[in-house]
Design a protein around this ligand. Structure first.
Ligand code: ADP
Ligand code: MG
Length: 641
């Protein structure tokens, strides 16, 4: 506990977000149960699914109350227990068997952030299946649980009372709490209320004799009141004074953004919503196991802890600055109805491809009729679109079945299909709106809009971050291959250092050119010197450079585009239109090629032929049509080493 409290963590503010998120989880749980059992919610106030925050300035208590599912005595022990009971020991165990630090996220420890601001915490909780209990603990590792005979009955739910530390006085300010809720919890799906003070004008009968006294002692010195007092001198019947009253003030906008009309949602609102989604999966507690000793500490704001062999390092993830590259907000109608918001993040997570084949985690949240179901539902998007963030709210899926059954539900397939289409449309639009992308000179007179500058270079940015995902998509998703191929970008002998698309390539093809030429290798610089390009560049053909290892696999799946075949120029079978001299050359060098072939061991060489490819280099070794290219050999070798 001491380590946590006197920790590296500079941001105490997060405790409120953690408590609100726990309250929201508890409310989700009860709402979910109530869908199949209406009775469970009870009546009156009990049925109100909200979160209430209250301050007691004198006693320095901040309390947060929800009408969620509550905790039984056993739950209190199991879930809040001691820090060693909760995530920590389970984490150490797992860590010893798997050595995987990424597991941290699975161990809930958010609750303990209360001790950043409080030195004594009471948790009062009532679950439908048990009596009301109080859990209490000072930040000393011990806790006590007793049946609650002191407090008012909660009906159902949980109230957390933080006895704030001396130095945490700022959390007794209403303005501070309002700011925190706005910042961290704006998109919580339940209303969050603050018991807020309000100055109101109250009419009180004026007492003639005393009113002059008051002026002299200048108890109330506001000039407005003085003016009123002057009036009061003439007609001394009543006067207005300020009085403080309290009422529940709603702090968040509960109308979920995805339910609103896209035309009415501003860019800023989308950005905030994106940030609230992005933040949801950051981890707040770090652990380091060092020579059988476990050290744990709070991570600085938006950092995550990573491990490379025995070196631990922090990666900063400042989501508060992140603006999504693009988004798509739509409603699907028909036999499968759902609403969705998809975002392209500005940056790929550093391990997006590292763990591509091992993890299946998608970043979409699934809701069914406004009820949160899961954010680990992998059937919504194919793996190659895992980089997208967002949310799907379905009206068609059944709520009251297990997740396993839900996975097999037939509408899920339709949802997936539509989501892919919309995602690819959204990516295509980034390119369409990017002025850097159109090399169309005729478009010059098109009005230059103010967001042209903002959209400039966006697709290149997208491509640098997520290009590999598009390539993996071409490999994995046959039914969308052509759509994905449209999104493909590359450099070529004619792209002039910029990115080009297949459509641009086709528009630049020479008359009579049938195939799309490409060459694979480890770098553009290396490929530019390749003898395979000599003749082609001299004859002004464009050749695509594929320099990513995944490109070799890609080209095994991408056979053609818009009726044009792909031709690797380092492979056999390249034809550059009719060459009248070719037949004659073939004939006159017949003896040489024959001799040459027999001189080389036949298991090493398939054939020796006259080539039309070269202009300066005397000879070159090419790969047979169905064999591995030299580059592929190189990749395979580096993988088996
Ligand atoms: P996490 O939320 O990641 O599980 P926490 O440390 O925030 O981790 O909370 C630990 C557990 O305590 C929760 O999983 C939940 O079971 C229980 N809990 C915390 N707050 C509440 C609450 N307000 N109502 C019901 N259960 C709660
Ligand atoms: Mg939590």
């Amino acid at each position: 506990m001491d380590i946590i409290i006197n920790s590296l963590y500079s941001n105490k503010d997060i405790f409120l977000r953690e408590l609100i998120s726990n309250a929201s989880d508890a409310l989700d749980k009860i709402r979910f149960l109530s869908l199949t059992d209406k009775e469970i919610l009870g009546e009156g106030d009990n049925a109100k699914l909200d979160i209430q925050i209250k301050l007691d300035k004198e006693k320095k208590i901040l309390s947060i109350r929800d009408r969620g599912i509550g905790m039984t005595k056993e739950d209190l022990i199991k879930n809040l227990g001691t820090i060693a009971k909760s995530g920590t020991s389970a984490f150490v165990e797992k860590m010893q068997t798997s050595g995987d630090l990424n597991l941290i996220g699975q161990f809930g420890v958010g609750f303990y952030s209360v001790y950043l601001v409080a030195d004594y915490v009471e948790v009062i909780s009532k679950h439908n299946d048990d009596k009301q209990y109080v859990w209490e603990s000072k930040a000393d590792g011990a806790f006590a649980i007793s049946e609650d005979v002191w407090n008012e009955p909660l009906g159902r739910g949980t109230e957390i009372r933080l006895h704030l530390r001396e130095e945490a006085g700022e959390y007794l300010e209403e303005a501070k709490l309002k700011e925190l809720v706005k910042r961290y919890s704006e998109f919580i799906n339940f209303p969050i209320y603050l018991w807020a003070s309000k100055e109101v004008d109250v009419e009180v009968p004026a007492d003639e004799d005393e009113s002059s006294d008051e002026e002299e002692t200048s108890d109330s010195s506001s000039s407005e009141e003085e003016v009123e007092d002057e009036d009061a001198e003439k007609k001394p019947k009543s006067k207005t004074v300020k009085e403080t009253t309290y009422e529940w003030e709603l702090l968040n906008d509960v109308k979920a953004i995805w339910l609103r009309n896209p035309k009415e949602v501003t860019e800023e609102e989308y950005t905030k919503f994106y940030q609230s989604l992005a933040k949801a999966n950051f981890k707040s507690l770090g652990f380091i196991a060092f020579q059988n000793t476990l050290l744990f500490f709070w991570l600085p704001k938006y950092h995550s802890l990573h491990r490379l062999d025995n070196i631990f390092y922090l990666v900063q993830q400042d989501f508060s600055e992140e603006k999504p590259l693009s988004w798509s907000h739509f409603t699907a109608e028909g036999d499968v109805e759902f609403k969705a918001v998809l975002f392209v993040p500005p940056k790929a997570p550093h391990d997006l491809y590292e763990s591509y084949y091992n993890t299946k985690k998608s970043n979409l949240k699934l809701y069914v009729r406004r009820v949160f179901i899961s954010d680990e539902f992998d059937e919504l998007l194919p793996k190659y679109l895992n980089f997208l963030k967002g949310l799907v709210d379905s009206d068609t899926l059944p709520l009251n079945v297990s997740r396993e059954m839900l996975q097999q539900h037939s509408s899920l397939k339709t949802i997936k299909k539509k989501l892919i289409r919309k995602a690819l449309d959204m990516i295509r639009k980034i390119a369409e709106e990017d002025p850097d992308e159109s090399n169309d000179k005729d478009k010059k007179d098109v009005e230059k809009s103010s967001d042209d500058d903002e959209k400039k270079g966006q697709y290149a940015k997208f491509w640098n971050e997520f290009g590999k995902s598009i390539k993996l998509g071409i490999i994995e998703d046959a039914s969308n291959r052509n759509r994905l191929a449209k999104l493909l970008r590359f450099e070529s002998t004619k792209s002039g250092g910029k990115l080009a698309s297949l459509d641009q390539y086709i528009s630049r093809m020479k008359p009579g050119q049938k195939d799309i030429f490409y060459i694979t290798g480890s770098s553009k610089e290396q490929l530019e010197k390749s003898p395979f390009l000599e003749r082609l560049t001299k004859k002004n053909y464009e050749v695509i450079f594929f320099t990513d290892p995944v490109d070799e696999y890609l080209m095994q799946y991408l056979m053609d585009y818009e009726d044009k075949k792909f031709q690797n120029v380092s492979k056999e079978g390249l034809k550059l239109g009719k060459d009248s001299k070719y037949k004659d050359l073939k004939e006159s060098f017949k003896d040489l090629t024959k001799w040459w072939k027999s001189a080389l061991a036949s298991e090493n060489v398939d054939d020796v032929k006259i080539s039309v490819l070269l202009s300066d280099t005397p000879c070159v070794v090419v790969t047979s049509k169905y064999g591995w290219s030299a580059n592929m050999e190189r990749i395979m070798q580096s993988q088996t080493l």
